[in-house]
Design a protein around this ligand. Sequence first.
Ligand code: AMP
Ligand code: MG
Length: 428
Amino acid sequence: MTGRTSLEEIASCVAGYDPKALPVAQAQEFIARLVPRVQAVEKVALRSALGRVLAEDVVSAIDVPSHDNSAMDGYALRGSELADAADSVFGVAGAGFAGGRFEGEVGARECVRIMTGAVMPAGLDTVVPQELVRVDGAVVRVPAGIVRRGDNRRLAGEDLARGEVALAAGRILRPADLGLLASLGAAEVAVFRRLRVAFFSTGNELRSVGEALDAGAVYDSNRYTLWGMLQRLGVEVLDLGVVRDDPAALATAFRAAADAADAVITSGGVSVGEADHTKAVMAELGDVLFWRIAMRPGRPMAIGRIESGGSEAILFGLPGNPVAVMVTFYALVRDALLAMSGATATPLLVVRAASVGAIRKRAGRTEYQRGIVARAPDGRWQVRTTGSQGSGILRSMSEANGLVVLGHAQGDVAAGDEVDVLPFDALM
Ligand code: AMP
Ligand code: MG
C-alpha cells in the first residue's frame, strides 16, 4: 500500500469540513481521499475470479466470434440474388453445420443449408430462416421481402474485436464477465489480492454467543452483521472477538489488527460521553479523528490510521448500536473498502418509491430509515418504514429490504412523496 497524506491535509481539501457536524457527503469524500489501494496482484483460475477485482485491462487477442457465422437454422445465400418483387428460387449446393463450414463451390442462384453457429460459406452473406422458405423438391423458394441482405448473419468480431479492451481494470467480476473471459480463451485472470479486514467489538457488557448471559449483559451481534457484510464484499475477514475495556487488551487488539490487516473496523466506545478507554487507545496508537457526523443513526465515528511496528491499517471506529453499525458501514465504509480493494466506483442502484406514510425528518442531517419496498397495485414502487426506528432495534433492519435515504437538505416527507431507497440487494 502506498500514498500517504496527513489527516490535516486531507481535511483541508474537503470543502466545508467540520468534524463536529460533518455532512455525510464530506465524510465520504474525506474517507475516499484517505484510503490507499491494494497494489499486489495474483493470478487466479477463471472460476476463482468471481467477485474479485480485475487488476489489468483484458485485451482481446482474437475476434469473437472468429468467423462470420449463421444466427439461424436456414439457408445461406447471396443477398444480391434476392428479387424485390417476386419469389426467388435457389438450388441447394450442400450443407454446413455448427463448428464446420461448407467448403464446396456455390454457383449462381445456389444456397447452402446452414445451422446456427456454422461458418458462412465464402461469398454468402445472408441467411433465410428455414421456417420462412418453401422447399420444392430440389429447390428452395424465398418469398419476396422477407429478408434483406446481411440478415441473420453474425459478423466476425461483433462481440469482441481483436485488440479491443474487453474488461477494464478495476472491475468486480460477475458471472457474465467470467463467460466473456472464457470466450477469449482466458484460463487465468490477474486480480488484486484480497483486502484483509479485521474487526472486533468493544464493551464490557458484551458476551459472545455460547457464553452465559449474566445480568446487564447483551450478546455481541455486531460481529455477525459485520462478518456478513464483509463476506458479501469479498474481502478476507479476520474476527478478533470481543475486547474488554482495558487499555492493554485494546492496544494488543489494535496492534494485531494493524499487523495483519489493511483495515480494522471496531464497534462501540466512540460516543461523546464514553467513559471507556477505546478512544484513548485509538489516539495513542495512531493518527485518529473523532467525528460527529450529521446523520441518523450513527453520529459518532473514529477515522484514521493505526500503526504497529511498520504496519499500518485504516481505522473505521463505528458506534456500538447494532443498527448504527450497519448504516455507517453501508454509508461510509463499504465504498471505501471497495476502493481499497482496487475496484472502480460504480453508482449504486437507487429505487424511487412513494412513501406510504408521512416521515418526520429534520433538515441538516442525512437519515437512513429502514423500509420495505413493494410494488403498488398500479405497478409503481412504494415504501413503508419498519416500525420503531431506534438505532438499537436490529429487527427493523432484518424486516427491511432497503434503506430509505433522506438527504441532508430534505425536510419532512408527506405521504405519497417519492423518496430514494437503497435496496439491500444492491449493496451486495
Ligand atoms: P456504545 O457505542 O459503546 O456506547 O454502545 C452503544 C450501545 O450499543 C450500547 O447499548 C451497547 O451495549 C450496544 N452495543 C455495543 N456494541 C455492541 C455489539 N457488539 N453488539 C450488540 N450491541 C452492542
Ligand atoms: Mg460501549
